[in-house]
Design a protein around this ligand. Structure first.
Ligand code: TXA
Ligand code: MG
Length: 327
Protein backbone atom coordinates (compact mmCIF):
# COMPACT_ATOMS: atom_id res chain seq x y z
CA UNK A 1 0.00 0.00 0.00
CA UNK A 2 1.44 3.40 -0.86
CA UNK A 3 -1.32 5.99 -0.34
CA UNK A 4 -0.83 7.68 3.04
CA UNK A 5 -3.01 6.24 5.81
CA UNK A 6 -6.10 8.13 6.81
CA UNK A 7 -6.15 9.32 10.41
CA UNK A 8 -9.62 9.37 11.97
CA UNK A 9 -12.04 8.02 14.54
CA UNK A 10 -14.28 5.86 12.33
CA UNK A 11 -14.67 2.62 14.28
CA UNK A 12 -16.84 0.99 11.60
CA UNK A 13 -14.16 1.57 8.99
CA UNK A 14 -11.43 0.32 11.33
CA UNK A 15 -13.43 -2.83 12.11
CA UNK A 16 -14.19 -3.46 8.42
CA UNK A 17 -10.52 -3.10 7.47
CA UNK A 18 -9.43 -5.52 10.22
CA UNK A 19 -12.07 -8.04 9.15
CA UNK A 20 -10.72 -7.75 5.59
CA UNK A 21 -7.22 -8.67 6.82
CA UNK A 22 -5.78 -5.15 6.74
CA UNK A 23 -3.66 -3.43 9.39
CA UNK A 24 -4.93 -0.55 11.53
CA UNK A 25 -2.94 1.49 14.05
CA UNK A 26 -4.78 1.56 17.36
CA UNK A 27 -4.48 3.86 20.37
CA UNK A 28 -3.88 2.36 23.79
CA UNK A 29 -3.10 3.97 27.13
CA UNK A 30 0.54 2.81 26.77
CA UNK A 31 1.66 3.35 23.15
CA UNK A 32 0.05 3.04 19.70
CA UNK A 33 -0.19 -0.50 18.37
CA UNK A 34 0.05 -1.87 14.82
CA UNK A 35 -3.00 -4.14 14.86
CA UNK A 36 -4.18 -7.04 12.76
CA UNK A 37 -6.56 -9.96 13.28
CA UNK A 38 -4.62 -12.32 15.57
CA UNK A 39 -6.27 -15.37 13.97
CA UNK A 40 -5.40 -14.39 10.38
CA UNK A 41 -1.91 -15.57 9.45
CA UNK A 42 -1.72 -13.32 6.38
CA UNK A 43 -2.46 -10.26 8.52
CA UNK A 44 0.15 -11.42 11.06
CA UNK A 45 2.75 -11.85 8.34
CA UNK A 46 1.98 -8.30 7.23
CA UNK A 47 2.60 -6.97 10.76
CA UNK A 48 6.10 -8.51 10.82
CA UNK A 49 6.80 -7.20 7.33
CA UNK A 50 5.62 -3.62 7.92
CA UNK A 51 7.43 -3.38 11.25
CA UNK A 52 10.57 -5.13 10.05
CA UNK A 53 10.34 -7.35 13.10
CA UNK A 54 12.12 -10.70 13.39
CA UNK A 55 9.74 -13.64 13.62
CA UNK A 56 11.29 -14.93 16.85
CA UNK A 57 9.82 -11.93 18.74
CA UNK A 58 6.23 -12.83 19.72
CA UNK A 59 3.22 -10.48 19.65
CA UNK A 60 0.75 -9.35 22.31
CA UNK A 61 -2.92 -10.20 21.64
CA UNK A 62 -5.39 -7.52 22.73
CA UNK A 63 -8.75 -8.71 24.01
CA UNK A 64 -11.87 -6.80 25.14
CA UNK A 65 -12.25 -8.31 28.63
CA UNK A 66 -11.03 -10.94 31.07
CA UNK A 67 -13.64 -13.45 29.89
CA UNK A 68 -11.83 -13.71 26.55
CA UNK A 69 -8.75 -15.22 28.22
CA UNK A 70 -10.19 -18.72 28.17
CA UNK A 71 -10.63 -18.55 24.37
CA UNK A 72 -6.87 -18.29 23.84
CA UNK A 73 -5.14 -19.58 27.00
CA UNK A 74 -5.24 -23.18 28.20
CA UNK A 75 -4.65 -22.22 31.85
CA UNK A 76 -5.37 -19.09 33.90
CA UNK A 77 -3.64 -19.49 37.30
CA UNK A 78 -5.11 -17.91 40.42
CA UNK A 79 -2.41 -15.23 40.74
CA UNK A 80 -2.80 -14.25 37.09
CA UNK A 81 -6.54 -13.91 37.65
CA UNK A 82 -5.89 -11.71 40.65
CA UNK A 83 -3.61 -9.41 38.60
CA UNK A 84 -6.18 -9.23 35.80
CA UNK A 85 -8.98 -8.44 38.27
CA UNK A 86 -6.95 -5.62 39.77
CA UNK A 87 -5.24 -4.09 36.73
CA UNK A 88 -7.30 -4.80 33.59
CA UNK A 89 -8.09 -2.86 31.56
CA UNK A 90 -4.60 -1.48 31.98
CA UNK A 91 -0.85 -1.53 31.21
CA UNK A 92 -0.33 -5.19 32.10
CA UNK A 93 0.31 -8.11 29.74
CA UNK A 94 -0.08 -11.69 30.99
CA UNK A 95 1.86 -14.51 29.34
CA UNK A 96 -0.13 -17.74 29.69
CA UNK A 97 -0.02 -21.25 28.19
CA UNK A 98 -1.60 -20.97 24.76
CA UNK A 99 -4.48 -22.76 23.11
CA UNK A 100 -3.96 -24.15 19.61
CA UNK A 101 -6.34 -21.59 18.08
CA UNK A 102 -3.46 -19.08 18.41
CA UNK A 103 -1.34 -19.17 15.24
CA UNK A 104 2.37 -19.97 15.62
CA UNK A 105 3.30 -16.55 14.23
CA UNK A 106 1.74 -14.82 17.26
CA UNK A 107 3.84 -16.70 19.79
CA UNK A 108 6.98 -17.40 17.75
CA UNK A 109 6.05 -21.08 17.75
CA UNK A 110 6.36 -21.21 21.57
CA UNK A 111 3.97 -22.72 24.11
CA UNK A 112 2.61 -19.42 25.50
CA UNK A 113 0.58 -16.41 24.42
CA UNK A 114 0.71 -12.81 25.71
CA UNK A 115 -2.71 -11.27 26.41
CA UNK A 116 -3.76 -7.77 27.41
CA UNK A 117 -6.97 -5.76 27.88
CA UNK A 118 -5.93 -2.21 26.94
CA UNK A 119 -7.46 0.77 28.69
CA UNK A 120 -8.54 3.03 25.87
CA UNK A 121 -12.23 3.64 25.12
CA UNK A 122 -11.84 3.66 21.30
CA UNK A 123 -9.84 0.46 21.17
CA UNK A 124 -12.08 -1.33 23.67
CA UNK A 125 -15.05 -0.37 21.49
CA UNK A 126 -13.20 -1.60 18.39
CA UNK A 127 -12.42 -4.93 20.06
CA UNK A 128 -16.10 -5.37 20.96
CA UNK A 129 -17.42 -4.19 17.60
CA UNK A 130 -15.10 -6.33 15.48
CA UNK A 131 -15.21 -9.36 17.77
CA UNK A 132 -11.59 -10.00 16.74
CA UNK A 133 -8.58 -10.55 19.00
CA UNK A 134 -6.01 -8.00 17.81
CA UNK A 135 -2.32 -8.82 17.64
CA UNK A 136 -0.44 -5.53 18.00
CA UNK A 137 3.20 -4.70 18.56
CA UNK A 138 4.08 -1.07 19.14
CA UNK A 139 3.51 0.79 15.84
CA UNK A 140 7.14 1.76 15.17
CA UNK A 141 9.79 0.29 12.89
CA UNK A 142 11.56 -2.47 14.85
CA UNK A 143 14.10 -1.08 17.31
CA UNK A 144 12.99 2.58 17.03
CA UNK A 145 11.17 4.73 19.59
CA UNK A 146 7.55 3.67 20.25
CA UNK A 147 4.78 6.05 19.09
CA UNK A 148 2.64 7.88 21.65
CA UNK A 149 0.70 10.06 19.19
CA UNK A 150 -1.05 9.30 15.88
CA UNK A 151 1.38 11.63 14.06
CA UNK A 152 4.28 9.46 15.18
CA UNK A 153 2.67 6.46 13.49
CA UNK A 154 1.85 8.45 10.36
CA UNK A 155 5.41 9.76 10.07
CA UNK A 156 6.97 6.29 10.01
CA UNK A 157 4.42 3.71 8.92
CA UNK A 158 1.80 5.96 7.31
CA UNK A 159 2.40 4.69 3.78
CA UNK A 160 2.21 1.04 4.76
CA UNK A 161 -1.05 0.76 6.69
CA UNK A 162 -4.68 1.50 5.86
CA UNK A 163 -5.93 3.50 8.77
CA UNK A 164 -4.76 5.17 11.98
CA UNK A 165 -7.40 5.31 14.69
CA UNK A 166 -6.89 8.65 16.42
CA UNK A 167 -7.19 8.32 20.18
CA UNK A 168 -5.06 11.37 21.00
CA UNK A 169 -1.83 11.24 23.00
CA UNK A 170 -1.24 8.13 25.14
CA UNK A 171 -1.87 8.61 28.86
CA UNK A 172 0.93 6.41 30.18
CA UNK A 173 3.52 6.60 27.41
CA UNK A 174 5.46 3.38 28.18
CA UNK A 175 4.61 -0.13 26.97
CA UNK A 176 2.79 -2.55 29.25
CA UNK A 177 4.53 -4.47 32.01
CA UNK A 178 4.82 -8.11 30.93
CA UNK A 179 4.30 -10.83 33.56
CA UNK A 180 4.76 -14.48 32.64
CA UNK A 181 2.88 -17.42 34.09
CA UNK A 182 4.29 -19.80 31.51
CA UNK A 183 7.11 -21.12 33.71
CA UNK A 184 7.26 -22.78 37.13
CA UNK A 185 6.82 -19.44 38.94
CA UNK A 186 5.51 -16.00 37.91
CA UNK A 187 8.10 -13.56 36.57
CA UNK A 188 8.20 -9.97 35.38
CA UNK A 189 9.70 -10.13 31.87
CA UNK A 190 9.47 -6.44 30.91
CA UNK A 191 9.19 -3.31 33.05
CA UNK A 192 6.49 -0.99 31.81
CA UNK A 193 3.54 1.22 32.61
CA UNK A 194 2.56 -0.71 35.74
CA UNK A 195 5.17 -0.25 38.49
CA UNK A 196 6.63 -3.45 40.00
CA UNK A 197 5.46 -2.40 43.48
CA UNK A 198 1.86 -2.52 42.22
CA UNK A 199 2.40 -6.09 41.05
CA UNK A 200 3.97 -6.97 44.41
CA UNK A 201 0.73 -5.88 46.10
CA UNK A 202 -0.71 -9.05 44.56
CA UNK A 203 2.39 -11.30 44.30
CA UNK A 204 4.85 -10.11 46.99
CA UNK A 205 7.67 -12.47 46.05
CA UNK A 206 7.49 -12.16 42.25
CA UNK A 207 10.87 -12.40 40.55
CA UNK A 208 12.23 -10.45 37.60
CA UNK A 209 13.81 -11.85 34.48
CA UNK A 210 14.38 -8.66 32.60
CA UNK A 211 17.24 -8.79 30.18
CA UNK A 212 15.98 -11.99 28.71
CA UNK A 213 15.86 -11.97 24.94
CA UNK A 214 12.86 -13.52 23.24
CA UNK A 215 15.27 -15.54 21.16
CA UNK A 216 16.63 -18.41 23.24
CA UNK A 217 19.52 -18.98 20.85
CA UNK A 218 20.66 -15.36 20.77
CA UNK A 219 20.33 -13.96 24.28
CA UNK A 220 20.99 -10.25 24.55
CA UNK A 221 20.33 -9.61 20.91
CA UNK A 222 17.42 -7.32 21.69
CA UNK A 223 19.35 -5.07 24.05
CA UNK A 224 19.38 -2.14 21.65
CA UNK A 225 15.81 -0.93 21.40
CA UNK A 226 13.70 2.21 21.67
CA UNK A 227 16.66 3.89 20.03
CA UNK A 228 16.93 7.27 18.32
CA UNK A 229 19.25 7.61 15.31
CA UNK A 230 21.22 10.21 17.27
CA UNK A 231 23.75 8.79 19.71
CA UNK A 232 22.35 8.82 23.25
CA UNK A 233 24.43 8.72 26.43
CA UNK A 234 22.86 8.00 29.81
CA UNK A 235 24.13 9.39 33.09
CA UNK A 236 23.06 9.16 36.71
CA UNK A 237 24.52 12.56 37.53
CA UNK A 238 24.14 15.20 34.84
CA UNK A 239 26.12 17.97 36.57
CA UNK A 240 29.07 15.72 37.28
CA UNK A 241 28.97 14.41 33.70
CA UNK A 242 28.95 17.94 32.25
CA UNK A 243 31.84 19.01 34.44
CA UNK A 244 33.98 15.98 33.56
CA UNK A 245 33.39 15.60 29.81
CA UNK A 246 34.00 17.74 26.77
CA UNK A 247 30.82 17.34 24.72
CA UNK A 248 30.16 18.11 21.05
CA UNK A 249 28.79 21.59 20.56
CA UNK A 250 25.45 20.32 19.37
CA UNK A 251 24.58 18.32 22.48
CA UNK A 252 20.98 18.18 23.71
CA UNK A 253 20.06 17.40 27.32
CA UNK A 254 17.11 15.16 28.16
CA UNK A 255 16.45 15.95 31.81
CA UNK A 256 14.15 14.48 34.41
CA UNK A 257 12.99 17.48 36.42
CA UNK A 258 15.48 20.35 36.69
CA UNK A 259 16.87 22.37 33.81
CA UNK A 260 20.56 23.28 33.50
CA UNK A 261 20.62 27.11 33.56
CA UNK A 262 24.00 27.45 31.84
CA UNK A 263 22.91 25.24 28.89
CA UNK A 264 21.05 26.75 25.87
CA UNK A 265 17.35 26.48 26.60
CA UNK A 266 16.56 25.21 23.09
CA UNK A 267 18.98 22.30 23.61
CA UNK A 268 17.31 20.82 26.66
CA UNK A 269 14.00 19.11 27.36
CA UNK A 270 12.51 18.40 30.75
CA UNK A 271 10.50 15.19 31.07
CA UNK A 272 8.56 16.19 34.14
CA UNK A 273 8.00 19.80 35.20
CA UNK A 274 6.22 18.37 38.27
CA UNK A 275 9.02 15.93 39.06
CA UNK A 276 6.95 12.72 38.90
CA UNK A 277 7.92 9.52 37.15
CA UNK A 278 4.38 9.15 35.72
CA UNK A 279 4.62 12.51 33.98
CA UNK A 280 8.14 11.75 32.77
CA UNK A 281 6.94 8.43 31.32
CA UNK A 282 4.15 10.19 29.46
CA UNK A 283 6.62 12.54 27.75
CA UNK A 284 9.66 10.27 27.32
CA UNK A 285 9.18 8.89 23.80
CA UNK A 286 7.84 12.15 22.30
CA UNK A 287 10.83 14.06 23.72
CA UNK A 288 13.30 11.46 22.44
CA UNK A 289 11.71 11.73 19.00
CA UNK A 290 11.75 15.53 19.00
CA UNK A 291 15.44 15.64 19.97
CA UNK A 292 16.26 12.94 17.41
CA UNK A 293 14.67 14.99 14.66
CA UNK A 294 16.25 18.30 15.68
CA UNK A 295 19.66 17.35 14.27
CA UNK A 296 21.77 17.26 17.45
CA UNK A 297 25.10 15.42 17.44
CA UNK A 298 24.48 13.84 20.85
CA UNK A 299 21.67 13.42 23.36
CA UNK A 300 22.80 13.32 26.99
CA UNK A 301 20.00 11.81 29.07
CA UNK A 302 19.59 11.85 32.82
CA UNK A 303 18.31 8.81 34.71
CA UNK A 304 14.96 9.02 36.48
CA UNK A 305 14.68 8.19 40.20
CA UNK A 306 14.28 4.45 40.84
CA UNK A 307 10.72 4.70 42.18
CA UNK A 308 7.31 4.25 40.50
CA UNK A 309 7.79 4.21 36.73
CA UNK A 310 11.45 5.27 37.10
CA UNK A 311 12.91 1.78 36.57
CA UNK A 312 10.89 1.37 33.36
CA UNK A 313 12.01 4.81 32.11
CA UNK A 314 15.63 3.96 32.90
CA UNK A 315 15.28 0.61 31.14
CA UNK A 316 14.16 2.41 27.95
CA UNK A 317 16.95 4.99 28.23
CA UNK A 318 19.55 2.29 28.83
CA UNK A 319 18.46 0.34 25.77
CA UNK A 320 18.37 3.56 23.72
CA UNK A 321 21.97 4.24 24.78
CA UNK A 322 23.25 0.78 23.95
CA UNK A 323 26.09 0.88 21.42
CA UNK A 324 26.24 -1.94 18.93
CA UNK A 325 30.02 -1.77 18.92
CA UNK A 326 30.36 -2.02 22.71
CA UNK A 327 30.53 -5.35 24.46
O1 TXA B 1 1.86 -1.65 25.79
C1 TXA B 1 2.14 -2.56 25.03
O2 TXA B 1 2.47 -3.70 25.42
C2 TXA B 1 2.09 -2.26 23.52
C3 TXA B 1 0.64 -1.92 23.15
C4 TXA B 1 0.44 -1.73 21.68
O3 TXA B 1 -0.22 -2.88 23.69
N1 TXA B 1 2.57 -3.36 22.76
C5 TXA B 1 3.89 -3.68 22.72
O4 TXA B 1 4.17 -4.73 21.89
O5 TXA B 1 4.73 -3.10 23.36
P1 TXA B 1 5.65 -5.13 21.46
O6 TXA B 1 5.45 -6.15 20.40
O7 TXA B 1 6.43 -3.94 21.08
O8 TXA B 1 6.24 -5.83 22.73
C6 TXA B 1 5.74 -7.10 23.12
C7 TXA B 1 6.61 -7.68 24.20
C8 TXA B 1 7.93 -8.14 23.64
O9 TXA B 1 8.94 -7.85 24.60
C9 TXA B 1 7.72 -9.63 23.47
O10 TXA B 1 8.93 -10.33 23.52
C10 TXA B 1 6.82 -9.94 24.68
O11 TXA B 1 5.95 -8.83 24.74
N2 TXA B 1 6.02 -11.16 24.44
C11 TXA B 1 5.00 -11.34 23.59
N3 TXA B 1 4.55 -12.61 23.61
C12 TXA B 1 5.31 -13.25 24.51
C13 TXA B 1 5.36 -14.60 24.99
N4 TXA B 1 4.53 -15.54 24.53
N5 TXA B 1 6.29 -14.90 25.91
C14 TXA B 1 7.14 -13.96 26.37
N6 TXA B 1 7.16 -12.68 25.97
C15 TXA B 1 6.25 -12.33 25.05
MG1 MG C 1 7.90 -2.44 20.82
Amino acid sequence: MSAPAIIGTDLNLAAALLEAGKLVAIPTETVYGLAGNALDTAALAQIFLVKGRPHFDPLIVHIPDVHSVELYASAFPEQARALAAKFWPGPLTLVLPRKNIIPDLVCAGGPSVALRVPNHPLTLELLRKSGLPLAAPSANPFGYISPTRPEHVAAQLGNRISYILDGGPCDIGLESTVVSFAGPKPEILRLGGLAPERIREVIPDISMSLRQSSNPIAPGQLDKHYAPKTKLVLTGNIRQYLSQHKLPQQTALLLFHHGVPEWPSDAQMILSPQGTTAEAAQHLFACMRALDQAGFALILAEQAPETGLGPAINDRLLRASFQETST
